[in-house]
Design a protein around this ligand. Structure first.
Ligand code: NAD
Length: 497
């Protein structure tokens, strides 16, 4: 059966790229399976999409926010109805196991419901004026056209974190999804269009980063940029956006640690590490790629982890009995392999895995073994750099303070976790870990959409997705003064006259 061709969405019409070029997107569990043919777009398609979004902004910004929210709510209802279909397509294009793909769609449903509520809640402020017969307030205003660039690991959830808050605030959007997962973004936007979103309000342009992503950041008519991806690309995006003073939200990499103290419930911690390190094949920005274990339970924990990790069933995520799917593409498998070699050369002990899987079930996909390094020194590269694969590093530590020092001793600051039964240590960890997210007695993954999501240092530039952080990013304050005194009043100067 020949693969279906998917087009860009510009001004409400599904159209081919201006160059006429397209690319095949392959199933990472079996690269003989072509998920679809997608447009390979360039700066001309981006320019068309931005022009359409700029035209649509003039109308969309005047639609009352509660009405905008109703469309988002309806999109959430449609996503729920279509969850199984969209989840299966997501597993096919991205590789994550079906249950996780369902969770990814569900996260976009949750975001739709939450952001729909924000349509009636975009609170501003009113304050007393310093002058008589004068009214003072500040209201949230939309920004204009927002350019969005997303990664492949949460192909529907992350675009929904960007699109829904931007829309409810009255902005229009051009989104460039990751080249490996365009279909899930197209599905998300189809739900929005079917829910009644007017043409041009959201535009989807597929293609590669330097060809289609870069021009989106450069476009003068794009007033704000939201990027999620690697710190390497985020730095380029941030620098380019800064040249034209565009607000720019960067959500980037992580090197997240789970700390397990001597007093922890080890079986609970074990479940958390298995999920945190190998869920989504370790390809989450919040993945637990470091496990810092106090020496009193270190060996016992390492043995438990290795025993359980080697039992994980790896395979095509569409099979409901599979625990861990493939990596998303060849480059990711090569990165995992590269870091295994680096770890071995650095002197870390490879106690489990470390190879690409071979055999009839694996040879056509990008499968890598669940991999555990032990006796890792915190300064080794495998303990410092993001791997984004099913590879985790066990690092022994002496005590609580030592654990916090190791946890904070990396360039990133996204997620963190502590397993302890000591409430004092739990509260100190919440205070002292320099990261955007801290879990107590739960793994590093599992964010909920109504709380701010993002991180410190090389993970982010201070903005947050999710929760009110998103409303803050996609709106700008306007201060308004209404003078009903019928005379010229001069602020500051008139004081005390
Ligand atoms: P990536 O940086 O390679 O690509 C991200 C997006 O940027 C893609 O759409 C890509 O096409 C685009 N892009 C690439 N070069 C570009 C350029 N020069 N100009 C503009 N756009 C360009 O990242 P990825 O491999 O898709 O995703 C994995 C990374 O994303 C990991 O580092 C992970 O930690 C991070 N991530 C972070 C979060 C978070 O919220 N902090 C969430 C998920 C993923």
């Amino acid at each position: 059966m020949s693969a279906k061709t998917y087009k860009n969405l510009i001004d409400g019409a599904w159209i081919e790229s201006r160059s006429g070029q397209s690319y095949e997107n392959l199933n990472p569990a079996d690269t003989r399976d072509v998920v679809g043919i997608f447009q390979r777009s360039d700066q001309r398609d981006i320019a068309d999409a931005v022009a359409a979004a700029a035209r649509a902004f003039d109308r969309w910004r005047l639609v009352p926010a509660p009405r905008r929210a109703e469309i988002i709510y309806r999109a959430g209802e449609l996503l729920l109805e279509r969850k199984e279909e969209y989840a299966r397509q997501m597993t096919q294009e991205m590789g994550k196991v079906l249950n996780e793909a369902r969770g990814d769609v569900q996260e976009s449903v949750d975001t739709a419901y939450y952001m729909a509520g924000e349509g009636r809640r975009q609170f501003g402020v009113t304050v007393p004026s310093e002058l008589p017969n004068k009214f003072a307030m500040a209201v949230r205003m939309p920004i204009g056209v927002c350019g969005m660039i997303s990664p492949w690991n949460f192909p529907m959830a992350i675009p929904s974190w960007k699109l829904f808050p931007a829309l409810v605030c009255g902005n229009t959007c051009v989104i460039k999804p990751a080249e490996d997962t365009p279909l899930s973004t197209i599905n998300l936007v189809k739900a929005l269009m079917d829910a009644g979103l007017p043409k041009g309000v959201v535009n989807v342009v597929t293609g590669f980063g330097p060809e289609a992503g870069a021009p989106l950041v450069e476009q003068t008519n794009v007033r704000a940029v939201s990027f999620t991806g690697s710190s390497e690309v985020g730095r380029i995006v941030g620098e380019v956006a800064a040249r034209s003073f565009k607000p720019c939200s960067l959500e980037m990499g992580g090197k997240n640690a789970i700390i397990i103290l001597d007093d922890a419930n080890l079986d609970l911690a074990l479940e958390g590490v298995l999920w945190g390190a190998f869920g989504t094949t370790g390809q989450r920005c919040t993945a637990a790629s470091r496990v810092i274990v106090q020496r009193g339970v270190y060996r016992q924990f390492a043995d438990k982890l290795i025993y359980r990790a080697q039992k994980l069933k790896v395979g095509n995520g569409i099979d409901e009995t599979v625990d861990m799917g493939p990596q998303v593409n060849q480059a990711q498998v090569e990165t995992a392999q590269k870091y295994v070699d680096i770890g071995k050369n650095e002197g870390a002990k490879l106690e489990l895995g470390g190879h690409r899987l071979k055999g009839p079930a694996y040879d056509n996909g990008w499968f890598f073994e669940p991999t555990v390094f032990t006796d890792v020194d915190p300064q080794m590269r495998i303990a410092q750099e993001e791997i984004f694969g099913p590879v985790t590093a066990l690092i022994p530590c002496n005590d609580f303070d030592h654990a916090i020092e190791i946890a904070n001793g990396v360039a990133y600051g996204l997620s963190s976790s502590v397993y302890t039964r000591d409430v004092n240590k739990a509260f100190k960890a919440m205070r002292d870990i320099y990261a955007g997210i801290t879990y107590i007695n739960a793994p590093t993954i599992g964010a909920e959409v109504h709380l701010p999501f993002g991180g410190t240092k090389a993970t982010g530039n201070g903005h947050r997705e999710g929760g009110l952080g998103a409303i803050d990013f996609y709106s700008q304050w306007k201060s308004i003064y209404v003078d009903f005194s019928d005379r010229l009043q001069r602020a500051q100067i008139d004081m005390g006259e």
